[in-house]
Design a protein around this ligand. Structure first.
Ligand SMILES: [Zn+2]
Length: 275
């Protein structure tokens, strides 16, 4: 497995009550950063995993009924904080991003795809099918903003069509992965339960450690360490509670059996770049 350089960015954050993300949590409102990863592949170049919030997300949720998205989870994105602007700040123009892997199609993950018009987009066909069969309000109620994704339909490719590969032994509980690039460097790993067709991304970093970007399969590293899921009300509303808890149990076991693996949730404060 080729070692890859990578870096996390925070593209805005939202706030909601702790209890929504953790069973037995308080009513205190917490910040949930929208993290996205930049991964550099020696041949392919710059690859993103998710995109966080963006100007396009703010426009898409400006008016009712989509405004309800921001009422439910108020979003903070100040000027200069979008992923596109931050990447430009490190000398990476948006045209240099050639590929984006989308963990799933919730608005806080696809918000920035229009900012990278030259990037091929990879996601699960299952996620697309689930989104497009829903009406506008039904999609919105599940955290989906179909307009953002449908506008980029001609750039979408399906993870299910990438070659199936056995994952390294420590990850075998997760089933087969998908070899995103065809060279074994970047493996998409099914993480069902949170939303239809959710995938994480597994690769080796230059230190030699494995990195497992797990999107919303857990909302915090603490939840993985403890094995404590969000309440049924939330996981059942967004996806499937039983499957969510199976996936979380696998992550909990992985964290114990392979403590060297960096397991990175998309919305965990511990992984904020400035934390
Ligand atoms: Zn999310």
């Amino acid at each position: 497995m080729r070692a890859l350089e990578w870096q996390l960015f925070e593209a805005g954050y939202c706030t909601h009550a702790e209890w929504a993300a953790r069973k037995g949590g308080s009513r205190h409102r917490c910040q949930f950063p929208a993290l996205a990863a930049l991964i550099r592949h020696p041949d392919v170049g710059a690859i993103l995993f998710d995109t966080g919030y963006s100007e396009a997300f703010l426009r898409a949720t400006e008016h009712m009924p989509e405004r309800l998205y921001r009422v439910a989870t108020p979003v903070q994105l100040r000027p200069g904080e979008s992923l596109r602007e931050q990447l430009r700040g490190i000398g990476l123009p948006s045209s240099d991003i050639r590929m984006i892997v989308l963990s799933h199609l919730h608005g806080d993950h696809v918000g920035g795809i229009q900012d990278f018009p030259r990037a091929m987009l990879f996601c699960a066909q299952r996620a697309w099918d689930d989104m497009t069969r829903r009406g506008r309000l039904n999609a919105l109620s599940k955290g989906l903003l179909p307009g953002l994704v449908i506008a980029a339909r001609n750039r979408l490719h399906w993870l299910e069509q990438r070659p199936a590969v056995a994952l390294p032994p420590a990850f075998s509980d997760f089933g087969d992965g998908r070899d995103v690039l065809g060279d074994g460097a970047l493996l998409a790993v099914p993480l069902p339960g949170h939303a239809a067709g959710q995938y994480g991304l597994l690769f080796r970093e230059t230190s030699g450690r494995m990195v497992f970007l797990i999107a919303d399969a857990a909302w915090s590293s603490q939840a993985i360490r403890d094995g404590v899921p969000p309440p049924r009300l939330v996981t059942g509303w967004l996806g499937d509670t039983r499957t969510y808890r199976q996936t979380l149990a696998r992550l909990h076991a992985l964290s114990r059996n392979a403590p060297d693996v960096r397991i990175v949730p998309s919305h965990c404060s511990e992984w904020r770049p400035d934390a």
